[in-house]
Design a protein around this ligand. Sequence first.
Ligand SMILES: [Zn+2]
Length: 428
Amino acid sequence: MSGAGGTSARRVALLVAGVLGAALVVVLVTVPPWTLLPEPPGGRTPVDPSSVLPPDLLARAEAFARALRPASLTSLLLGLVVSAVLGLTPLGARLVRAVARPLGGGRVAQVLLGTAAVVVLGRLATLPVSAYAEVVRHRYGISTRSWGLWLRDVAVSTAISAVLTALALAAFLWLVRRAPRTWWAWAAAVAAGFVVVGSFLYPVVIEPAFNRFESLPPSALRSELLDLAEENGTPVQDVLVSDASRRTTALNAYVSGFGSTRRIVLYDTTLEQLSDAEVESIVAHELGHVVHGDVLTGTLVGALGAAAAVALSGWLLSWTPLLRRAGAQSPADPAVVPLVLLLLSVGGLLSTPVQNLVSRQVEARADLRALDLTGDAGAFTAMQRELAATNLNDPDPPAAWQWFFGSHPTGAQRIAFAEDWQRLEDAG
Ligand SMILES: [Zn+2]
């Protein structure tokens, strides 16, 4: 890439990244419902945590969260450090060349095996912390996984992520080579496409890799749930029960698939622990996501974000000092793989609080739908208490933690929301 042309191509990449980023901000500001229910005078304050859980359970949930938080942070930092060491020193480039040597050391082998090696190394570095977190989950009775199943889960998810990342990077480097000036524009379009395809494939490929599903036999609950879906304007094909209890005591339900393949999935744990009214409340929340097209919106936001990130990487990866640091000659050099993976993890980290800010709004909207659909704030709050008790969710985590990691409003906030809904309902 020669001087002037290269510099202007870099500027265009930065400009496009800026435009896509600005579009993303506009979508993020306009799409979520920032106000759902008129707030009571003085704002909505979360209910007191002691009204969510009885004292012994509250203490247990808080102790559980206190034991897990350092593990989550350590794992995050450790992953980032390993990524930075490999991406910003020639060590990563050396690793990429070394793992490909037994297969002749060709470009493709370097990209595929190099990517897999970096992914596996990152996973191995955080494995002790993950094992500690699993010990904590066992101690608090949340995890029911045997260590054999835990290892299998780790191996399967690492393998899936290594293979998918390796294929994506192989496509990426092929594009860089084919279009040395404009690769980032093609790659941005491909990345956006990957996000869309991935979100459609997820329920078909990933879900069955971890769980087995059976149809819920005919019952009053089954008919209620099918009716609820009809009433929501989003009929479902089936109600399935997943064998989640093989791994966890946690409660959950979700709706997956599109159109004629849409189905409600209940964790078997949910079915065992919750009353029919509470199960309906959970499912009504999930149907709220469906009726508002939250998966589609999430997919589009993800696609836009991925395209912006790739355009930005077009600017960063043609910055010679950064390439030198990673021991790469050009963006087409397979030695660039660890640097690309570092950019991915930094991007993921920076976007987490933004994604969660939007997610919390979208979750609150689904709560509102659940309340409107079932008309039963009592079952909703009972279900929230049951969730907090069984999943040992801290109903009132530290504000900074909730801001960064909280994908849902806290239990204390969700119950306060339902109480407001009831007050408005009573006022007519
Ligand atoms: Zn939800």
